[in-house]
Design a protein around this ligand. Structure first.
Ligand code: AGP
Length: 609
């Protein structure tokens, strides 16, 4: 999730580039850079760290040119560094590119380009693009860009600049946002509307497959076949703050809705083309590595801990390895039984949570093999662990974790499949069946997000209750824990999750008339038992809202309300069942007038113990 800007007009390009990147700072990034065509050469400057580091480098040496591109990077391939920052150039420095997205076939392209003598200086996937343009350039800028686009696979928003075409920027969109801002005698390009909203509110919003040829006094749009595309001007009526949230009222709602893309991105490049296996190039484990491991710990905090509970279920079910899950703040003080035959997996969105980092360091001191599952490339936890695999959720701004959780589940599921493949603990047929279902999850999350009205209604009806219970068995219990945390942390309602089989051992005493109970009943293997627990709370006149898989006709006979999620293998349903719980928490917090993105007493990354 990088930030992109471009300018072409009569003013100094660098002024808009820096101003535009500043407006995109909220998205989170780890490095930044600009390139300006100064006629004799293309000026490029990049800096790791905050935008101020780039501004410092530009002091007293700002380029004069009137055409330029800029970028703030959220690292996915290649750690944060000056050399990995964008823009990237070809060998000659004639072609310069900025990119947001993931180029899935970059390794093959890079190897071919190296064999043709191209020299690479970064670890990024993006750098193959300017070298491809150098290789394919035939004098016609647009034609050559189209040839490049035909070679690359994956998601991208790209902006191209060429020394030999000082009056033109070309940009292309596939799966990642890109807008062209229409000025007077000048035009702007950005990955996000906030970057240009102070310059113009008239924009072309590019669609997938579209290419824009942007000059200072014209913008022409083409499709991938090179045919001209007519575009309506989209007039942006949002204010600047709303624009940062992509038109959503809060970052949390934006990030809940980003989950289909975040999950798809996290899966990308990690499934073989024939869907026969998961590939985790970052690990490169073999059977001996796994055979030497006689115990696995998953250690994390908060939402990441809840993802670890689901991860335990996946690894034990699919890879048949013993897993223990522990809170990072507890693990360290238990004198854990850890040695060189233990694998400790730490999960952390931010990669900076002190309790988790400390648990990781303790595990290494005890001789364990360590794996980090984190969303931030180059974070402390990513750098500390022996192995690291990244969720590609993009920056998560809201304090309440949502897309981080679902991408953590996806990655834990893929890790379990990867381990099962090595250990041959499930059949190739079962592996393919699960991968086919896995690939359907992004669309099913979208489907779950498409009808929020019933959830809004429940939130308004029960948003003023002071006690809410979440119950479920097996994976439903793990998701219930996450649902309860969401409600607690942003609406301040006292919510508790219970294994529904546990109610009769005490908590049932709290279930009285009118108490809202969210009952998850998606796990077929324990459905009958769950149903009898639901009847227990109904018999005490609780108000029960069920979460069930489509096709369930039983639950409605007993419940006031049932929210259905698309049906799939019960292992994967947590990825869908959590979505209505996220939305329920969100709308309950709205009902109560809470600060959804910045709830009281909480921080996005808890860097204190
Ligand atoms: C979850 O919504 C909270 N923001 C919090 O529990 C969070 O999951 C926890 O602090 C762990 O953060 P991490 O994933 O960045 O390590």
């Amino acid at each position: 999730m990088c930030g992109i800007v471009g300018y072409i007009g009569d003013k100094k390009a660098v002024e808009f580039l820096i101003e535009g990147l500043t407006k995109l700072e909220y998205r989170g990034y780890d490095s930044a850079g600009i390139a300006v065509n100064c006629g004799l050469n293309i000026f490029v400057e990049k800096a790791v760290g905050r935008l101020d580091a780039l501004k410092e480098k530009l002091k007293n040496r700002e380029p004069e040119g009137n055409i330029g591109i800029g970028h703030t990077r959220w690292a996915t391939h290649g750690r944060p560094s000056d050399s990995n920052a964008h823009p990237h150039t070809d060998c000659s420095g004639k072609f310069v590119v900025v990119h947001n997205g993931i180029i899935e076939n970059y390794m093959a392209l890079k190897e071919d380009l190296i064999s043709r003598g191209h020299k690479f200086i970064s670890e990024t996937d993006t750098e193959v693009v300017p070298h491809l343009l150098e290789e394919l350039y035939n004098g016609n800028f647009l034609e050559s860009v189209q040839k490049v686009l035909n070679k690359i696979e994956g998601s991208y928003s790209l902006v191209f600049m060429s020394k030999d075409n000082p009056d033109t920027l070309i940009c292309a969109k596939q799966d990642n946002p890109l807008v062209v801002g229409l000025g007077k005698g000048e035009n702007f390009i950005a990955s996000d509307i906030p970057a240009i909203i102070s310059k113009t509110r008239d924009t072309y919003i590019l669609n997938d497959g579209e290419i824009a040829v942007v000059k200072k006094d014209s913008v022409k749009i083409f499709n991938r076949k090179g045919e001209p595309v007519g575009k309506k001007i989209f007039h942006v009526s949002w204010n600047a703050e709303a624009a940062e949230k992509g038109g959503y009222e809060h970052f949390m709602l934006k990030e809940i809705n980003e989950q289909p893309k975040a999950v798809r991105d996290t899966m990308s490049k990690r499934i073989l083309k024939d869907d026969s296996a998961v590939i985790l190039e970052e690990l490169n484990w073999d059977k001996k590595f796994l055979d030497d491991i006689n115990k696995i710990y998953i250690v994390a905090c908060g939402t990441a801990y809840h993802a670890g509970l689901v991860g335990k279920f996946y690894i034990e079910k699919l890879a048949r390895k013993l897993v223990e899950v522990d809170l990072a703040s507890e693990y360290r003080y238990r004198d854990p039984i850890v040695d060189e035959n233990t694998l400790v997996i730490v999960i952390s969105q931010s990669g900076e949570t002190s309790d988790t980092l400390a648990a990781l360091k303790e595990s290494k001191r005890l001789g364990a093999k360590t794996l980090a599952v984190t969303n931030v490339v180059g974070s402390s936890i990513a750098r500390e662990a022996e192995f690291v695999i990244h969720t590609w959720a993009g920056p998560e701004i809201a304090v309440a974790s949502t897309k981080a959780y679902t991408t953590q589940l996806i990655l834990m599921f893929m890790l379990a499949l990867y381990m099962a493949e090595i250990g041959k603990t499930i059949s190739p047929e079962r592996t393919k069946e699960l991968i086919d279902l896995l690939k359907k999850i992004p669309a099913q999350i979208s489907e779950t997000l498409s009808d929020v009205d019933p959830i809004k209604t429940f939130a308004r009806q029960y948003g003023f209750n002071e006690d809410v219970f979440y119950i479920g068995r097996s994976l439903d219990y793990d998701v219930a824990l996450e649902g309860a945390l969401k409600l607690k942390e942003i609406s301040y309602i006292h919510a508790e999750a219970y294994a529904s089989g546990e109610l009769k051992h005490g908590t049932l005493a709290l279930i009285v008339e009118g108490v809202p109970v969210i009952a998850l009943a998606t796990q077929k293997s324990v459905y009958e038992k769950t149903l009898s627990n639901i009847k227990e709370v109904k018999a005490r006149d609780a108000v029960v809202i069920g979460i069930a898989a489509e096709g369930d006709t039983e639950l409605e006979k007993y419940l006031d309300h049932v929210i259905f999620v698309p049906n799939t293998d019960e292992l994967l349903i947590p990825l869908l069942a959590v979505v209505p719980l996220q939305l329920l928490a969100y709308y309950a917090a709205i009902t109560r007038g809470c600060d959804v993105d910045k709830p009281r007493n909480l921080a996005k990354s808890v860097t204190v113990e």
